[in-house]
Structures are given as C-alpha cells and as structure tokens.
Design a protein around this ligand. Structure first.
Ligand code: FES
Ligand code: FES
Length: 158
C-alpha cells in the first residue's frame, strides 16, 4: 500500500492505495464518487473520463500513484443537482441524454474542450469527444449541446 495525496474536486484528500490500483477504482471505491463509470475498462470508451490538471484522461488506464500532488475533477465537482454547470444544463436542454452512462465522461470531455477553446467548430467538438463512445444518441444531440454550452458560457463569461 502507498499513501497518495491530491486535490479531489477542490478539496485536499489523501488515501491508501495498492501499487497497481487504478484511479477509477480509487474514485469509486475509496471516495464513493460513482458518477465516474466503468465501461470497457480498457481505455476505449471514455466512460471513466476525469480531468487531471484540467486534461481529460481515462481513469481506467491511470494508476492512483500517478496522481500524487495533482488536481482531479470528477463529474461531481462540476455542478450540483440544484446548480448544474452550463455544460450539464445544455445536455438537459437539448435532450442529449438517453441512458446516461456515457454522459459524465462526455460532459467532462466537453468541459475540458471549452476551457481551452471557447468557440469550437463542429469538427473540433467531434474530435474532442471522439474518444467517448455513446451507444444511444447518435452524437448529433451531444454536439448540439456542446455548441449551446459554448454559446451560453461566452454570454455568461463562465
Ligand atoms: S472504462 Fe475507461 S475507457 Fe472505458
Ligand atoms: S446516452 Fe446511453 S451511452 Fe450515451
């Protein structure tokens, strides 16, 4: 076991972790943040996406020991049920959510894109979410949600 200290959704935390423990398992099992989903477990679907130092990463491919001193954001750190982040609100408003399994990862990939590029083209949006698989929506509504979020975030200067 090793001791790992990092910032999780804005709070300094530390935990014990096995040497081969995955960040996905630490987040879900040690911190009970189950918004981060396990899909494929092999780095292919994006359901486990979290932000590490503002970069979207697949937590099923990252060892917990690698996040010492880093800043981790999960979907629980973005908005609350009462106060959705504009990206989350846009997904709701354009009906971009069906089963919802891919959505936490999709929203965080979109958020990471919009932090870097406040006015992305449709192509840039599609590239940014290309590692996040959705079995339900056909992606068009998701792209529309991200376009709407970009517009609102610019208007609100978020
Ligand atoms: S569960 Fe991590 S990429 Fe699929
Ligand atoms: S909404 Fe079901 S997998 Fe994307």
């Amino acid at each position: 076991m090793m001791r790992v200290s990092f910032v999780l959704n804005g709070k300094s935390v530390c935990c014990e972790a096995e040497g081969d423990e995955l960040l996905l398992d630490t987040i879900r099992s040690r911190f009970q943040l189950t918004g981060t989903k396990r899909g494929c477990g092999t780095g292919d679907c994006g359901a486990c996406t979290v932000l590490v130092d503002d970069v979207a990463v697949r937590s099923c491919t990252m060892l917990t020991g690698m996040i010492e001193g880093k800043n981790v954001m999960t979907i629980e750190g973005l908005g609350t049920t009462e106060h959705l982040h504009p990206v989350q609100q846009a997904f709701v408003d354009v009906n971009a959510v069906q089963c919802g399994f891919c959505i936490p990862g999709m929203v965080l990939a979109a958020y990471a894109l919009l932090k870097e590029n406040e006015n992305p083209t449709e192509e840039e949006i599609r590239i940014a979410i290309s590692g996040n698989l959705c079995r339900c929506t056909g992606y068009q509504k998701i792209v529309e949600a991200i376009q709407l979020a970009a517009k609102r975030m610019q208007e609100q200067d978020v």
